[in-house]
Design a protein around this ligand. Structure first.
Ligand SMILES: *Cc1c(COP(=O)(O)O)cnc(C)c1O
Length: 376
């Protein structure tokens, strides 16, 4: 929660919910990663928040970028990055998009199967590729487990296939799951990675790089360990599994770089009860799942919500969004405590909403405009 954001909001007069990003927080977060893992290149996961001001700042600070589509690659280039600072990290790409990325100068690509290697070899001959391996996502609040990556036992075969096609079998990647609270989550993945390195070395192919993915948490309702604790745990795991032959490493933080740099201001549209005997208030905001708070799905991410009346008596309530869709309920299973004095028209502040909000907001579901964003 930054004073600069509150000051900005006091001066704002437009209607409707908005996200405000404080670039100073993004800068501090970036420098914390760079300091904690000095030998590791940072590839910002653009999907977390592609605001041009954020991309520009990160270009200036020396960051590289993990992009998942041609538009993301173009945004990063427009912000001033050279293509050697871009990784096309999506394992699911159209061949013509691979060709377009190659034309734009991108030379580092992710894949997780032979069919994708075939596409890359045809459309981007000779580039560096890294194979994503599956990771169980235990300990993460937003797991990314099944969709991307192949079993570690399969990785040597697909990397060897890429090598035979003339690609540079460059390394491995994994993602331990987003909002990963367990600092030891990297240990198991690095153990699998070391086994793949060894297997391929025996086939005469020497991998160079491990992409440690994202997963670094933002601070929501629960406290999380600082970046330094993650850095130390990762370094120990690298030593343990690779000895004194630690490979080149990269990280791809998204949430951990921008999550706590942003705050949403929203407004209470309605407060009501469902029956005369119902104790629970329903508080409807002018932002919901379709306005940018999609990560409240299954109540996975629990944002801190603050009001000006938090000193008053608090009582549990259900919090819901403004659209005519019944899934647009943010928190019901685990109700939130909000002030009894909260009234229609009051503003609420939803903290740590810098990541995965603007990019998730629908264009005009029910006519509501996409989440407005300011970068200060
Ligand atoms: C989304 C994503 C990230 C960022 O994950 P966070 O948990 O937000 O840090 C990193 N790498 C890849 C490949 C991703 O898809």
């Amino acid at each position: 929660m930054t004073e600069r954001i509150l000051k900005f909001l006091r001066r704002r007069s437009e209607d409707g919910p908005c996200l405000v990003i404080d670039l100073e927080v993004v800068r501090d977060n970036y420098l914390a990663f760079a300091k904690t893992l000095p030998d590791t290149r940072v590839f910002y996961a653009v999907k977390a928040n592609p605001a041009p001001e954020i991309l520009k700042l990160l270009v200036e600070l020396g960051s590289s970028f993990d992009a998942a589509s041609i538009p993301e690659i173009e945004m990063v280039l427009a912000a001033g990055a050279t293509p050697d600072r871009i990784s096309y990290g999506n394992t699911i790409k159209k061949e013509r998009d691979i060709a377009r990325a190659y034309t734009l100068g991108v030379r580092l690509f992710a894949f997780d199967c032979e069919a994708e290697a075939d596409k890359i070899a045809r459309a981007a001959p000779g580039v560096k590729v890294f194979c994503r391996i599956l990771c169980d996502g235990n300990g993460a609040e937003w797991p990314l487990s099944r969709k991307f990556g192949c079993a570690p036992e399969m990785a040597p075969r697909v990397l060897e296939h890429a090598h035979r096609l003339g690609l540079v079998a460059y390394g491995l990647s994994f993602h331990v799951g987003s909002q990963q609270n367990n600092v030891k989550a990297w240990d198991k993945a690095l153990k699998s990675a070391a086994a793949v390195f060894k297997d391929l070395a025996e086939r005469g192919i020497n991998l160079s790089m491990v992409n440690l993915g994202g997963g670094f948490p933002a601070r929501y309702l629960k406290d999380v360990p600082p970046v330094k604790v993650y850095g130390n745990a990762i370094f120990r795991a690298l030593r343990k599994h690779f000895g004194n032959r630690i490979p080149e490493t990269i990280i791809e933080p998204g949430r951990g770089l921008v999550g706590d740099a942003g705050m949403i201001e929203a407004e209470v549209v309605l407060i009501s009860k469902k029956s005369d005997t119902d104790e629970m208030r329903w508080v409807y905001l002018d932002i919901g799942k379709f306005g940018g708070l999609a990560e409240t799905m299954d109540e996975a991410i629990r944002y801190p919500i603050r009001t000006k009346k938090d000193q008053d008596e608090l009582a549990p309530c259900v919090i819901a969004g403004p659209t005519c869709d019944s899934v647009d309920v943010l928190y019901e299973k685990t109700p939130y405590l909000l002030p009894v004095s909260l009234a229609i028209g009051d503003k609420v502040l939803i903290e740590a909403t810098g990541a995965y909000t603007t990019t998730y907001s629908a264009v005009a579901f029910n006519g509501f405009p996409p989440l407005k964003s300011y970068v200060i």
